[in-house]
Design a protein around this ligand. Structure first.
Ligand code: GLU
Length: 552
């Protein structure tokens, strides 16, 4: 067969040579050990947390090694494309502070010398390499109809043969030049298949940077490399793009691990150096006692929008993901409380090989620590940015009481055990509502929390007495002494020890009296330091709350 002539009739418009592109995209001039990697989403939906996870790992490794991290859009499945998905990807990455050094920067623009970075703009490149494979007898057109493919499958099933298009089952391998030419002249559509030289009896060895050493049978299937619409399959585009963009490390989801035999085969056949591979474990979730994949349909936390809506600072999510990537992050964070997460060195080798477990409780812990370290001004800015979009009532209240709000956000910030009230901005309202009369008045009495073992009538009696003796201007120590005096007068013990010794002798302890004051002021059992909150509220509100409580 004259393969050169065959290549010309299949790809008459392709005039460039593969060598042209190889020269056009030369080896990158980077220092030894620099990693070139990418985030390569398909624009088939909105970003989910698994995408951010993969992008973060890639970005960290590239940045840590002074390498290159680029964004490539894999839009070869045009039927599944979702409008707005590319913009969403770019915006999401930006929000998370995951920056690209190269690639798409908007739906239509890109930066860098290794583009186009959008696969649909690279058709000529793929076809040039496809043509080259045909001209060497390594790929061939297949004209089989769906019915013919089904018939092959049925026959394979009936004799229990491995399904697929390979070896003797690969009918179109045998087509003569004349057969093919008459199909083409007829305008028949075709797909291009690799004439696989693989032998299923032989194994390929591979070292995956996360999974370790793996081996698998060679690929013997004549996989599709160019689809009937002229676009490449993922496999073919992956080999061409990662070779020409000079990717050193392909770090991607483990769902691609089983395709590795195809991918290394393609790299070899095309004469490209194989990249390093690392297959990232899928993000899992504990459902009851069993693990399952985080599901786009069932789990709100799989969508990136969830974190924005709930008001997690993006850096909290990043720190949490770093915890999943390398469990040593937590210890590093404890030792380096003030450092930027960028100073932590991500290591693929230390990543868990099996499913990464996503745990919202742990995310909340991480985020509380992140927020707790922020200065009140920073908390304020974050909060107004969030509430502007998601809680306009709070936005209005907070912005019209800026000074007080910063005081609220400053409560118990210093000291060895700073308060960790908020994991996300959506938590703020419930924690601070009582500072605002507008919100406090709307709080249903059903939400009123009283000190344990204290009835409402007793709490009212306590407040009645307390209000008489309370002096707004007392400093904290005097205030507390005063509280104790009232407690004793009302029959409460001044400390736990005295109470424990003779519980029948007292109605409770001073902390119960403080609890009643807390209930009157905030309707809640858990608030920051009472003296502080009263100082922030101001005397008028404090007295008003006491009066309202007494008349409940
Ligand atoms: N477009 C592929 C996906 O979204 C990319 C996989 C890769 O990183 O190579 O799954």
């Amino acid at each position: 067969m004259n393969y050169e002539a065959l290549a010309d009739i299949l790809f008459p418009n392709i005039k460039t040579s593969a060598e042209f592109y190889i020269e056009k995209y030369p080896e990158r001039d980077l220092s030894e050990g620099s990693i070139v990697c990418r985030y390569a989403p398909s624009p088939t939906g909105f970003q989910h947390i698994g995408g951010v996870f993969a992008a973060l790992i890639n970005e960290r490794l590239a940045t840590q090694s002074n390498g290159v991290f680029y964004l490539r859009i894999e839009d070869t499945d045009q039927k599944r494309e979702v409008e707005g998905a590319i913009e969403d990807t770019i915006k999401t990455m930006k929000n998370f502070g995951i920056n690209f050094s190269e690639g798409m920067i908007s739906e239509t623009e890109e930066i860098g010398n290794y583009g186009p970075y959008r696969q649909s703009k690279r058709i000529d490149i793929y076809q040039t390499f496809a043509k080259k494979l045909v001209s060497k007898g390594l790929a061939y057109p297949c004209f089989c109809s769906e019915e013919e493919i089904s018939a092959i499958r049925e026959e394979q099933t009936s004799i229990k043969a491995t399904p697929g298009y390979y070896g003797k089952w690969a009918k179109c391998r045998e087509n003569s030049f004349e057969d093919i030419k008459s199909h083409v002249d007829n305008g028949d559509k075709f797909i291009l298949r690799l004439k696989s030289p693989g032998n299923i009896e032989k194994r390929v060895e591979f070292h995956d940077l996360i999974k370790g050493d793996i081996s698998f049978p060679e690929n013997d299937q004549d996989i599709v490399i160019i689809k009937s619409d002229g676009l490449p399959t993922y496999h073919f585009a992956h080999a061409i793009d990662d070779a020409l963009m000079r990717t050193t490390h392909v770090i991607r989801g483990e769902e691609w691990l089983s395709s590795l035999p195809i991918h290394v085969q393609l790299f070899d056949i095309l004469g490209f150096k194989r990249p390093n591979y690392a297959h990232i474990p899928t993000i899992m979730k504990l459902d009851g006692s069993s693990k399952r994949k985080l599901s786009k349909r069932k789990d709100a936390e799989s969508a990136v929008s969830y974190y924005r809506e709930e008001g997690y600072p993006m850096v909290s999510v990043i720190e949490y993901l770093l915890n999943i990537i390398n469990s040593s992050f937590e210890e590093w964070r404890n030792e380096n409380p003030e450092a930027s997460y960028e100073d932590f060195k991500v290591e693929l080798e230390k990543m868990s090989k099996s499913g990464a477990l996503f745990d919202i409780v742990k995310l909340n812990d991480v985020s509380k620590n992140v927020i707790c370290k922020m200065k009140p001004d920073v908390v304020y800015d974050y909060y107004i940015n969030w509430s502007k979009d998601y809680d306009s009532e709070m936005y209005n209240l907070v912005t019209s009481n800026e000074e007080n709000c910063k005081k609220i956000f400053n409560i118990d910030k210093e000291g060895p055990k700073p308060r960790k009230d908020y994991a996300k901005w959506n938590d703020v309202r419930e924690k601070v509502f009582f500072f605002f009369d507008e919100l406090f008045q709307k709080d249903s009495i059903d939400n009123l929390e009283l000190p344990k073992n204290m009835e409402l009538d007793e709490a009212k009696r306590v407040i009645e007495e307390y209000a008489k003796a309370y002096n707004f201007n007392d400093d904290k120590d005097t205030w507390f002494e005063n509280l104790k005096t009232i407690a004793v007068e009302l029959g409460y013990a001044t400390d736990r020890k005295a109470y424990k010794k003779e519980p029948e002798a007292f109605k409770g302890m001073v902390s119960d009296v403080a609890g009643a004051v807390r209930s009157a002021l905030a309707h809640r059992n858990n608030t920051p330091d009472l003296h502080t909150i009263m100082q922030i509220m101001g005397e008028e509100i404090v007295r008003d709350r006491f009066n309202k409580f007494i008349s409940l």
